[in-house]
Design a protein around this ligand. Structure first.
Ligand code: F6P
Length: 327
């Protein structure tokens, strides 16, 4: 294999706060060891279209504190086809790009794995998703910021819920994962949390919440992960409202949605992203490929990309029992 002299870096899938900090680290580390770096705009879609931009130290100035991604992101349908991936490989070849750093979530790394199997272009992934659902790292870039955004909003909802003695169902992001829900449920003092990793019996929710609300209570907050098997918060609210036990309970729904994806990255996310960006370039230059860099127990670890998206990262059952006890 030729020695890598030019690499491409891109952000893909749902954006996450800290992606810019990671990009900055990838670019500055690369420049420091004499590599040429090309930014690929709009993830795999930009790769297919050859939407490339040369990057240097200056092009990543003043972005460490910014949410979103200056390279923009996309969920490319075309890259899911062999024709799309062939175009992408041709574009990389024409631009002389010999290695890639992908910053994204499970879809990004699944795409990377297939692409590597087909074209063997060295690739290292950085875990960037607010969902924290990637095997091979304790935390993903963006998770901490999203969690803090969710908690901040739950605190605000608690004020108004308390003023009116209302029940609020607060829906947080997490298509297939309950990491945000579980953690903001504990940090926000929620009475219950509903997550996709566990089966929640709606009758139990009804019994628990209606008895809480009819006792000395006050307000209640139930945090629902968007991927919960009972459906989203809006659907669950309609089921509760139809129950006679909820006749006198004032219920509201609040969907936090994409507010959790935006905003300045937390200190923790900036540090995580910087460490992982540098580690990704180190891994690529050390000859690792088709792997993701992660941090486990404080240390940089590499995990085969296919394990990252095919193996399920477990939620903490200790946290789950905490919420059951405290709520
Ligand atoms: O993967 C991150 C995530 O924010 C999920 O939690 C959510 O389900 C999804 O992206 C939303 O994606 P989009 O912004 O494309 O609708």
């Amino acid at each position: 294999m030729d020695v890598i002299q030019k690499i491409g870096v891109f952000t893909s899938g749902g954006d996450a706060p800290g992606m810019n900090a990671c990009l900055r680290a990838v670019v500055r580390k690369s420049v420091s060891i004499g590599l040429d770096v090309v930014g690929i705009r709009r993830g795999y879609q930009g790769m297919i279209e050859g939407d490339f931009v040369d990057m240097d130290s200056k092009s990543v100035s003043n972005i460490v504190q910014k949410g979103g991604t200056i390279l923009k992101s996309a969920r490319s349908k075309a890259f899911r086809t062999p024709e799309g991936r062939k175009k992408a490989a041709d574009q990389l070849k024409a631009a002389g790009i010999q290695g890639l750093v992908a910053i994204g979530g499970d879809g990004t790394l699944a795409g990377a794995s297939v692409f590597y199997d087909e074209y063997q272009i060295p690739l290292v992934g950085c875990p960037g998703t607010i969902d924290n659902d990637l095997f091979g790292t304790d935390e993903t870039i963006g998770f901490d910021t999203a969690l803090n955004t969710a908690i901040e909003n739950i605190d605000k909802i608690r004020d108004t819920a308390d003023a009116h003695d209302r029940l609020f169902l607060v829906e947080v992001m997490g298509r297939d994962a309950g990491f945000i829900a579980l953690n903001c449920g504990i940090g926000g003092g929620a009475e219950m949390v509903m997550i996709p990793e566990t089966l929640t019996d709606l009758d139990e929710v009804k019994n628990h919440i209606s008895s809480l609300m009819s006792s000395q209570h006050r307000s209640s907050i139930v945090v629902v992960a968007e991927g919960d098997e009972n459906g989203g918060a809006t659907h669950i609210a309609s089921v509760l409202r139809a129950d006679s036990a909820f006749e006198n309970i004032d219920l509201r729904v609040c969907i936090l949605g994409h507010t959790q994806r935006g905003g300045a990255p937390s200190a923790r996310d900036r540090v995580l992203a910087s460490r992982l960006g540098v580690a990704a370039v180190d891994a690529l230059m050390a000859g690792h490929t088709n792997v993701m860099v992660g941090i486990i127990n404080g240390e940089i670890k590499l995990t085969a990309s296919k394990n990252v998206w095919s193996r399920k990262k477990s939620i903490s059952y200790e946290l789950l029992s905490l919420i059951q006890m405290l709520g």
